[in-house]
Design a protein around this ligand. Structure first.
Ligand code: NAD
Length: 337
């Protein structure tokens, strides 16, 4: 029986990199049926709704989505669809791996799994302006919410992931020295969960600023990182940079009842429509999806084809120093299957 997957092509470079991924998966013989749905600006243009009911209903049905990046207006307009989707399906764990594959970069031995809490913290969306005199926007506040339940499940996810994938160490990354309540609760819960894994998984605590410095200087000493929403968002772009940039790193958004797989990067408006975007991140997100549905053999085969193409560095896109178009790179990956 083919597995049904909701496909959201997305905005900007989204349609071209998701098309490339669909083509690769078909060539690999993946038994998937795609249910194409719109979200983001593409859905605003078509339905005047950034996240149409049909898209939500489709994910409810399939419990599985592969998604291109979605455009979110900065500072005004509708709230991020990505955040809304994560909330709608309670996709609490954002798993963003960064692994050295391309030869000749500054680092050759990065292999980090960043596990980011995906539903709470500063991204919870509790924000308001404070009026002073005539100034409606004299001040603004955004509230960071950490719950015991939210902290427990993300730490447990990180430790379970470590056990399942033969990882050695989990770094608890926080800012509890300053944000004593919200970050303090997150860290305390992490320490409690860590005790359950004593003797199996090494644990260390890192303050986020020091962690950022160490990631840039000695990334090889990190294994699994677990952290809150905003820190995870920022640090995962940093870890992308360690292995060759945003074009390469995928992300899985995992909940109890659904999972959405995507690239870490955005819509890349500067190169949209030029046919030169790197589809690697969405291709690797599709591999995470194949692993998630239990087809690890196919996930590994497709991942190897992508990695071997990158390693050869012959037919690669401009962001990593090549001249290939999205299509040419995809052909090269297919040839390496
Ligand atoms: P971006 O990730 O789109 O681009 C940053 C830089 O990286 C650009 O120079 C871009 O050309 C390059 N880049 C990104 N992906 C690439 C790829 N696959 N191949 C080659 N080069 C690539 O970040 P941004 O410009 O800050 O954001 C643009 C839009 O994307 C915004 O509307 C933002 O809200 C949205 N966004 C969406 C998601 C998502 O849907 N998950 C994530 C991040 C940003």
């Amino acid at each position: 029986m083919p597995i049904n997957v909701t496909l959201i092509p997305g905005d900007g470079i989204g349609p071209s990199i998701t098309d490339a991924t669909v083509r690769l998966l078909a060539a690999a013989g993946a038994d998937l049926t795609w249910d194409r749905q719109l979200a983001g600006m593409a859905a605003v243009k078509e339905y005047n709704d950034p996240i149409p009911d049909a898209t939500i209903e489709s994910i409810k049905r399939t419990k599985l989505a592969l998604k291109g990046p979605l455009e979110t207006p900065v500072g005004k307009g509708f709230r991020s669809i990505n955040v809304a989707l994560r909330k709608a399906f309670d996709l609490y764990a954002n798993v963003r791996p960064a692994k050295s594959v391309i030869p000749g970069l500054r680092f050759s031995d990065v292999d980090i799994i960043l596990v980011r809490e995906n539903t709470e913290g500063l991204y919870i969306g509790i924000e308001n302006y404070i009026k002073v005199g005539d100034d409606e926007r004299a001040a603004a506040q955004s509230v960071a919410v950490v719950t015991r339940l939210g902290a427990e499940r993300i730490h447990r996810y990180a430790f379970e992931f470590a056990v399942l994938h033969g990882r050695k160490k989990v770094s608890l990354v926080h800012k509890a020295n300053i944000l004593k309540l919200s970050q303090g609760l997150f860290l305390d819960v992490g320490r409690e969960i860590a005790k359950e894994y004593a003797g199996r998984i090494e644990v260390e605590e890192k303050i986020v600023d020091a962690c950022a410095m160490e990631l840039v200087m000695r990334p090889e000493r990190f294994d699994v990182i677990v952290t809150t929403n905003l820190f995870g968002d920022i640090l995962s772009d940093l870890t992308s940079g360690l292995v060759g940039g945003l074009g390469l790193t995928p992300g899985a958004n995992i909940g109890k009842n659904a999972a959405i797989f995507e690239a870490v990067h955005g819509t890349a408006p500067d190169i949209a429509g030029k046919g030169i975007a790197n589809p690697t991140a969405v291709m690797l997100a599709a591999c995470q999806m194949l692993d998630h549905i239990g087809d690890t053999a196919l996930g590994t085969r497709v991942r190897n084809a992508v990695e071997n193409t990158l390693r050869a560095r012959k037919t690669v896109t401009g962001d990593i120093g090549g001249t290939a178009t999205t299509e040419q790179y995809t052909d090269a990956v297919i040839a390496n299957l």
